[in-house]
Design a protein around this ligand. Structure first.
Ligand SMILES: Nc1ncnc2c1ncn2[C@@H]1O[C@H](COP(=O)(O)OP(=O)(O)OP(=O)(O)O)[C@@H](O)[C@H]1O
Ligand SMILES: C[C@@](O)(CCOP(=O)(O)OP(=O)(O)O)CC(=O)O
Length: 397
């Protein structure tokens, strides 16, 4: 039997202006536009292979080696949209194989923990949709394909691009203008680094979807956020990216994380995503910025306690002098920095920071953190020759 296959990788993205709230739950239409930074894929990526054949009996997904259901309404929406686009192509060119009528086998691997607040659903749905659109040889642009990924998981639409990405909320009831667009490519501002402090790799307790529905339905502050705060911030953040103004970008990022978590706290009953460790990390970042009398680091938190810190390469020694000092006992340093690099951070702390420091560092803070992931801004989905499917049997290798 002939088995057609296609594979892709897709990145994680971490929002600097948060998507929180849906105006349409089925189509995943948001109540506000959002902005994110796409992260490099050597540290966090999904690899997905899709196959189709006249002989396959059912649609199947293997995720990290285990069969997973494809039955969720969201996944079904994605598959249906992709098949509809393929059917259009086949109608225009009857010599094409009738893939739109055949079943799909999808095999996917995340190189990082799934469902742990590290945006696995974003990378996962982006990879799924891109792999199938490649298999179907769809001519649609990345923005068009992002609308399909959006139906899988809202934030997934932003993983269709590298660099700095906006999800324009749109106004159409059918979602036809709610799509991801590039704000700036990776090479516009390649110096952006990210340090993820994994506070808890456990599955979170309030899933994003139900959390945002609860906030939309019960928080008064939420109305203020979507009406007055975010629209202005959306324009300001794009400007900060275009002009590579880190101080402005960082302040907007921190304020927006705080604003989003404030609406969670203002929900009734409240939702708590950040924990004591998260709050101590917020405090530490403000202490670092105050110490240097310059904004050198920004924090942001998604629907969980993990912290993502953004900083520029040029300020790495300043930021890492503190972060390494506090979190050096956590794993993750050796894969990115040499022994000499780490010594530079320690020495800078001892000679340039400690003598002038007017506050005490909480050296127990590392106990609330399980590991550190050191990464940076990265590209969008990448073609790959790696295929997770055996092309003679159609099942995982
Ligand atoms: N590679 C993948 N392919 C297809 N679906 C995936 C993949 N990875 C994750 N998912 C889907 O996403 C779900 C996890 O999403 P969830 O929102 O709970 O966690 P998360 O994305 O890691 O966290 P967060 O959205 O808070 O950052 C999985 O249960 C699975 O359904
Ligand atoms: C806090 C966030 O990370 C929320 C992400 O929510 P999801 O995209 O996971 O939600 P669904 O659309 O219901 O799948 C903010 C963001 O990424 O913008």
């Amino acid at each position: 039997m002939t088995i057609f296959t296609a594979s892709t990788t897709a990145p994680v993205n971490i929002a600097t202006l948060k998507y929180w709230g849906k105006r349409d739950k089925t189509l995943n239409l948001p109540t506000n536009s959002s902005i994110s930074v796409t992260l490099a894929q050597n540290d966090l990526r999904t690899l997905t292979s899709a196959a189709t054949s006249e002989r396959f009996d059912e649609d199947q997904l293997w995720l990290n080696g285990k069969l997973e259901s494809l039955e969720s309404e969201r996944t079904q929406h994605c598959l249906q949209d992709l098949r509809d686009l393929r059917a259009k192509l086949e109608a225009q060119n009857p010599s094409l194989p009738s893939m739109s009528k055949w079943k799909l086998h999808i095999v996917s691997e995340n190189n990082f923990p799934t469902a742990a607040g590290l945006a696995s659903s974003a990378a996962g749905f982006a990879a799924l949709v891109v792999a199938i659109s490649k298999l179907y040889q769809l001519p649609e642009s990345a923005s068009e394909i992002s609308k399909i990924a959006r139906k899988g998981s809202g934030s997934a639409c932003r993983s269709l691009f590298g660099g700095y990405v906006a999800w324009e909320m749109g106004t159409a009831a059918d979602g036809s203008d709610s799509k991801a667009v590039e704000v700036a490519p990776q090479d516009h501002w390649p110096e952006m680094k990210a340090a993820i402090l994994v506070v808890s790799a456990a599955k979170k307790d309030t899933p994003s979807t139900s959390g945002m529905q609860h906030t939309v339905g019960t928080s008064d502050l939420f109305q203020e956020r979507i009406t007055n705060v975010v629209p202005k911030r959306f324009e300001e953040m794009k400007q900060a990216i275009w002009s590579r103004d880190f101080a402005q970008f960082a302040e907007l990022t921190m304020r927006d994380s705080n604003s989003f978590h404030a609406t969670c706290l203002d929900s009734y009953p409240p939702i708590f995503y950040m924990n004591d460790t998260s709050r101590q990390i917020v405090k530490l970042c403000h202490q670092i910025n105050a110490f240097f009398d310059e904004v050198v680091v920004a924090y942001t938190f998604d629907a969980g306690p993990n912290a993502v810190l953004y900083y520029l390469q040029e300020n790495e020694t300043k930021v890492m002098a503190f972060i390494h000092q506090v979190f050096q006992q956590n794993s993750g340093w050796d894969s990115k920095f040499s022994k000499q690099d780490l010594e530079v951070f320690s020495e800078y702390f001892t000679t340039d920071v400690a003598p002038d420091m007017a506050f005490d560092l909480d050296l127990d803070l590392h106990k609330g953190v399980s590991r550190v992931i050191l990464t940076q801004v990265g590209p969008g989905p990448q073609d790959t020759t790696e295929c997770l499917i055996d092309t003679t049997t159609g099942i995982p290798k």
